[in-house]
Design a protein around this ligand. Structure first.
Ligand code: 4AD
Ligand code: MG
Length: 444
């Protein structure tokens, strides 16, 4: 019977079979210490020349990094370390002796590793991140399920833009002209909310932005809840409850991985509701107090505009400055209409403001969530579509949602890779997804 390494503590002093790959091997005279990984973890083994046959000893001597092997032996507790186990090996079956493996245990450059991403994902750091990503996605699904949200899968080929026309990937679509890769499932989720009350989408979304920052990929996963009879405040309440649940769950079940990544877990434990809420205006005040300018690209280079002008969107340095003095996610709400998408409802108290909210993660991670109350008035929505220069005809179906039983409704979108980056404390988003797609990379 094969046993997975992460379950080995159930088999102490029993004979086990482990099917995996050689991660590393060290020899000391008549002993060899192979480390074997099987996908669930890595375990140290002990091979003693006087305990095993000559063939077994020779087979171990031949092994190269990443050779695939099946070993048999006795699972034992580490003599000194708590919660650590070893295998005293008595047999080995070699499945394949691997060719010289390109990724050794020394440091490699990032481009070298990205070219070999299909192999790089075998490393302990990458598997820790991918396990945490899995836990995050499972916790999201569990939270949504327990709260009564219906998973509502939005299409990826779409006829219309959702988040502005400048970041659309297009493709030819048979005789129907151009189709676009979805920037967000939101518009479809809105139709789902009118059918099912509370829904969410979870899938890949695309932005054709030539952004080479550590926060942008061209294909990212987004989770988007949408609720009928729900306003901006309800949405902020949901965001708090949801983020707290997912983060506390990851800490509970993926502590080892977080520790392996040297994540300061205390900072995550602190993410409990309520979260601070400030308006865009207050955020601008914070920037002005710190004398953070707007950075504007001009022909002469970069210009700095002081004080930070009201009505401008925030970039990464602004987000960092705004959250600097907060140790929880910060919700910034009520944005100037010109900074936000066409579908956002205007604040009834101030038509210059959109009822939108951005959630900025602490520790410099910046925006992880964008959400809003949606415009539910047919005439206003038509005006917005015209103002934004969008083609009315492809939004006819969307306008129907305001024609047939329109209700106040709201939702948000969480960028999965931004969230994984924050939870794992990654310097760059490219490690937060198995195969990151960036403007300069599409392979492997
Ligand atoms: O703020 P965004 O553009 O909002 C929407 O798409 C709304 N339709 C969501 C909604 O209300 N249903 O994107 C939402 C989130 C961002 O906060 C960010 O976390 C992530 O998606 N995101 C990206 N992540 C990685 N790379 C990119 N290029 C991203 N663009 C957005
Ligand atoms: Mg946004």
């Amino acid at each position: 019977m094969g046993v997975y390494i992460d379950k080995i503590s159930d088999y102490v002093d029993q004979d086990v079979t482990i099917k995996g790959w050689l991660y590393n091997i060290r020899s000391a005279g008549k002993l060899m210490f192979p480390q074997i990984r099987d996908g669930s973890g890595i375990i140290q083994c002990v091979v003693s020349k006087k305990e095993v046959s000559e063939k077994v000893w020779e087979d171990f001597s031949k092994l190269t990094q990443e050779s695939s092997i099946i070993i048999k032996g006795k699972a034992v507790k580490h003599p000194k370390k708590e919660d650590v186990y070893e295998i005293q090996v008595n047999d080995i079956e070699i499945i394949q002796i691997a060719e010289p493996y390109p990724i050794s245990h020394k440091e490699h450059g990032i481009e070298f590793l990205l070219d070999r991403r299909h192999l790089w994902i075998r490393s302990p750091r990458q598997t820790a991140i991918l396990r945490i990503r899995n836990e995050i996605l499972q916790a999201i699904r569990d939270y949504m399920y327990k709260e009564g949200f219906i998973l509502f899968d939005a299409p990826i080929f779409t006829p219309n833009a959702c988040e502005g026309t400048s970041t659309l990937f297009s493709t030819e679509y048979f005789d129907l002209g151009k189709a676009y890769l979805s920037q967000s499932g939101q518009l479809y989720a809105e139709s789902g909310a009118m059918a099912l009350g509370k829904v969410y989408t979870l899938g890949p979304t695309f932005r054709a932005e030539y952004s080479m920052t550590r926060k942008h990929i061209t294909e990212f996963w987004m989770m988007e809840p949408e609720m009928a009879y729900c306003d901006l405040d309800d949405t902020m309440d949901l965001i708090e409850d949801f983020l707290e649940y997912v983060i506390q769950r990851v800490i509970k079940f993926k502590k080892k991985e977080l520790e392996f990544l040297k994540r300061d877990i205390g900072k995550l434990e602190n993410v409990k509701k309520p979260f601070p809420r400030i308006t865009y205006d207050e955020a601008v005040e914070i920037l002005r107090k710190q004398d953070i300018p707007l950075y504007k690209k001009t022909e002469k280079g970069e210009e700095q505009i002081r004080p930070f002008p009201h009505g401008q969107d925030f970039g990464a340095p602004h987000e960092e400055a705004i959250v600097k003095n907060f140790d929880k996610p910060l919700m910034v709400h009520r944005w100037p209409v010109e900074t936000k998408a066409f579908y956002m409802k205007r604040d009834p108290k101030n038509p210059n403001l959109s009822l939108g909210v951005d959630v900025l993660a602490p520790e410099g991670f910046g925006e992880i969530i964008g959400g809003s109350q949606r415009e539910d008035n047919l005439d206003y929505l038509i005006e917005r579509i015209e103002e934004h220069g969008l083609q009315m005809q492809v939004f006819e179906w969307y306008l129907d949602l305001r024609r047939y039983g329109s209700v106040p409704h709201s939702g948000f979108g969480l960028g999965i890779e931004r969230f994984v980056s924050w939870i794992c404390n990654l310097e760059h988003i490219r490690e937060a997804i198995p195969f990151a797609r960036r403007p300069n990379r599409i392979t492997p």
